[in-house]
Design a protein around this ligand. Structure first.
Ligand code: UD1
Length: 368
């Protein structure tokens, strides 16, 4: 019997991870379906990514939207369960660490449907981060664990995962970057300064507390004395800045950017200041300096091998590292192994080896 694969996405960072997997699997005999939970619903947080990344229209949109973690996760589960019962997939693929990921994994575990987790095994060891809870639970419930780096394999083994479940395939987000970087650079918007700091900020720990957010924005004002600061602002952060009446003059705020717009800005940035997980990885691949405004990272390879430096909440550290970058003495980095644009092909190879498919067209033989 043939296996139908059902992919679940919901929030912005899922889209660039699912896109290359769906693309590679389209050339195999697997039938694919796509469910969007609706966790991100604004056109600039979702629709534009579907267009640019050429992801097929979702077959189902659960339309869940915003809410507390419990509400959002519960609504996704309630909406997703009938979809799984009706479509009866042989495998459900979930991505990353957002609420949509854990909600889908939980539904499948209860219905005894196989789950594959793409980007398994990453750990910040900080359980105050909602994403860390999502990672721990999703990995416990998944049958196949596709990891981006060796540290992830070690974390999973330490937590008791079976070696046969774990497949080190590399970083699927880099697959998307490799494919679309030329297009992003071709279409780069004009009118940006030659040298600039690019900022992204949305973690609850950084933006939900008025004092913490005020402190970070003060730091951004300091940075703006050395470099123009461009800040595409996440809806959550915009809301908080308005709510706490925090000053932003001197900083170039803009709407959330599309994938291609952001990638072009990121590739040419003098430095990126962020609390995002994915951007730590992208800057490492691009060789762009990244200062991460967090005390820990679930992506240690970006610090050990790449260009990432954790500055935490220390303004002093930020100032020091920024001075190194501005004066031309930045940390050098290299690209982690298997971050080569072929991670989704490796995933397809594992699936072709381990799952029954209806028919494999001759063109579908995937080579690494
Ligand atoms: C989620 C993920 C986070 C990921 C981030 C990328 C979880 C727990 N967190 O965080 O890991 O890095 O997405 O963006 O899943 N909002 C809008 N429009 C939207 C989406 C959100 O206005 O399209 C606003 C709403 O006010 C909402 C808030 O942003 O309440 C937070 O959205 P939510 O999806 O809950 O979490 P993120 O902070 O985006």
């Amino acid at each position: 019997m043939s296996v139908d694969i059902l992919h679940v996405v919901g929030a912005r960072p899922n889209f660039m991870k699912a896109a290359p997997v769906i693309r590679v699997l389209a050339d195999t005999g697997f039938r694919q379906n796509l469910v969007h939970t609706g966790q991100h619903y604004d056109s600039r947080m979702s629709d534009i990514f579907f267009r640019e990344l050429e992801i097929p229209e979702p077959d189902v949109n659960l339309g869940v939207g915003s809410g507390s973690h419990a509400q959002q996760t519960a609504q996704m589960m309630a909406g997703f369960e009938p979809v799984v019962l009706e479509r009866d997939p042989g495998l459900v693929m979930v991505y990353g660490d957002v609420n949509s990921t854990v909600a889908a994994a939980l539904v499948c575990a209860k219905l005894r449907v196989q789950v594959a987790h793409v980007e398994a095994g990453l750990r910040s060891r900080d359980r105050s981060m909602p994403e860390e809870i999502n990672r721990l639970v999703t990995d416990q419930l998944s049958d196949l664990l596709f990891t981006p780096s060796q540290d992830a394999n070690e974390n999973l083994q330490r937590e008791g995962a079976n070696a046969a479940q774990i497949h080190l395939v590399g970083n699927v987000m880099i697959d998307t970057l490799v494919r679309l970087l030329p297009r992003a650079l071709e279409n780069k918007k004009t009118g940006f300064p030659e040298r600039y700091a690019l900022v992204t900020l949305h973690r609850p720990a950084n933006v939900d507390d008025p004092e913490v957010l005020r402190g970070i924005m003060n730091s951004m004002h300091e940075v703006a004395k050395d470099l123009p600061v461009i800040f595409p602002i996440h809806p959550r952060t915009r809301l908080r800045i308005e709510e706490f009446a925090i000053a932003t003059q001197g900083i170039q705020l803009c709407e959330p950017l599309s994938y291609l717009e952001f990638l072009a800005l990121e590739a040419h940035a003098t430095v990126v200041l962020t609390d995002s997980g994915g951007i730590q990885e992208e800057t490492t691949f691009l060789g762009v300096r990244c200062l991460t405004l967090r005390e820990n990272t679930e992506r240690p390879v970006t610090v050990e091998v790449g260009t990432n430096i954790l500055v935490g909440s220390s303004m002093e550290r930020l100032r020091e590292e920024l001075a190194n970058i501005v004066s031309g003495r930045p940390k050098k980095g290299s690209i982690p192994v298997l971050w080569d644009g072929c991670a989704s092909q490796r995933i397809a190879e594992v699936l072709l080896r381990s799952l029954p498919i209806a028919s494999i067209p001759a063109a579908a033989v995937v080579s690494g």
